[in-house]
Design a protein around this ligand. Structure first.
Ligand code: ADP
Ligand code: 5GP
Length: 212
C-alpha cells in the first residue's frame, strides 16, 4: 500500500485556513485532518475531540517531553501541537493527512519530515486580512492587533514553502479547487508510482510479439 501524502496548510491567522480546510475535508472525505492538541480553552461551539483535543498545560508538557508531538508551538499565549501517532498511523494506512498549523509549526515539520507538501495560504491584500481578523468577532482589539503584527512577520517565511494559494475575497470554493489541484498534482509525481512503473516496464519487456 502507498503511504499517504502529508499536506501542511499554513499561513497567518485570519487568512482562512480553518474555513478552507473544513470545505476541503467535506469534499474529500478520505482526507484525514489531524486533530491538534491545545491548551487554549474551547470557544463556543467547539467540541473536544472534533475541533481540538483540549488539554491542560501539564499534560501538554508531558506529551511534548515524551516526543509524542510531530511539532508544537506557542501561539498567542497558548500551546498547540500535532500528535505524531495520529499522522503516522493514517499515512501508513494510505490516507492523505492534512495539517492546519501556524508557520512556526510548519517549519518544524519541514525539518522532521522529508516528504511533506507545504502550502502557504495568503490573503489577497493586507487590508483584506485585517478585515478578516477583525470581522471574525472572536478576539479582543489587542489580540487582533497582535495577530496582524504577527502576520506581517510570518509573510517572510513564504519562500520556504512549495506552493502559495491566494484565498481571494468570497472565493472559498475557488481556493479549495486550487488545493485539490495541488493534491492531484502531488499524487501524479513519478516517485509515488515507482512499483507500478517497474511492473509496467517489466511487463512490456516480457511480452513476446512473435506470438501476436
Ligand atoms: P484562519 O483559520 O486562517 O485563522 P478563518 O478560517 O478563521 O482563518 O477565517 C478568518 C475569517 O475570514 C472568518 O470570519 C472567515 O469566515 C473569513 N473568510 C475566510 N475565507 C474568506 C474569503 N475567501 N473571503 C472572505 N472572508 C473569508
Ligand atoms: P485558533 O486558536 O484560532 O484555533 O488557532 C490559532 C493558530 O494556531 C492558527 O494559526 C492555527 O493554524 C494554529 N494551530 C492550530 N493547531 C496547531 C498545531 O497543532 N500546531 C501549530 N503549530 N499550530 C496550530
Amino acid at each position: 500500500m502507498h503511504k499517504g501524502l502529508l499536506i501542511v496548510l499554513s499561513g497567518p491567522s485570519g487568512t482562512g485556513k480553518g474555513t478552507v480546510c473544513q470545505q476541503l475535508c467535506s469534499r474529500q472525505p478520505r482526507l484525514h485532518q489531524a486533530i491538534s492538541i491545545t491548551t487554549r480553552p474551547p470557544r463556543e461551539g467547539e467540541v473536544n475531540g472534533v475541533h481540538y483535543h483540549f488539554i491542560g498545560e501539564v499534560e501538554f508538557i508531558r506529551l511534548r517531553e515524551a516526543k509524542a508531538l510531530l511539532e508544537w508551538a506557542e501561539v498567542y499565549g497558548n500551546f498547540y501541537g500535532t500528535p505524531r501517532d495520529d499522522v503516522e498511523n493514517a499515512r501508513t494506512r494510505g490516507h492523505d493527512v492534512l495539517l492546519e498549523i501556524d508557520p512556526q509549526g510548519a517549519m518544524q515539520v519541514q525539518k522532521n519530515v522529508e516528504d511533506g507538501v507545504f502550502i502557504f495560504l495568503l490573503p489577497p491584500s493586507m487590508e483584506a486580512l485585517w478585515q478578516r481578523i477583525s470581522g471574525r468577532g472572536t478576539d479582543s482589539l489587542q489580540v487582533m492587533k497582535q495577530r496582524f503584527a504577527a502576520a506581517n512577520q510570518e509573510l517572510h517565511r513564504v519562500w520556504q514553502y512549495d506552493y502559495v494559494v491566494v484565498n481571494q475575497d468570497d472565493q472559498v470554493d475557488y481556493t479549495v479547487e486550487r488545493l485539490e489541484a495541488i493534491l492531484a498534482a502531488e499524487k501524479c509525481k513519478v516517485k509515488h508510482h515507482h512499483d507500478f512503473l517497474q511492473e509496467l516496464i517489466k511487463e512490456g519487456e516480457s511480452i513476446d510479439l512473435s506470438l501476436h
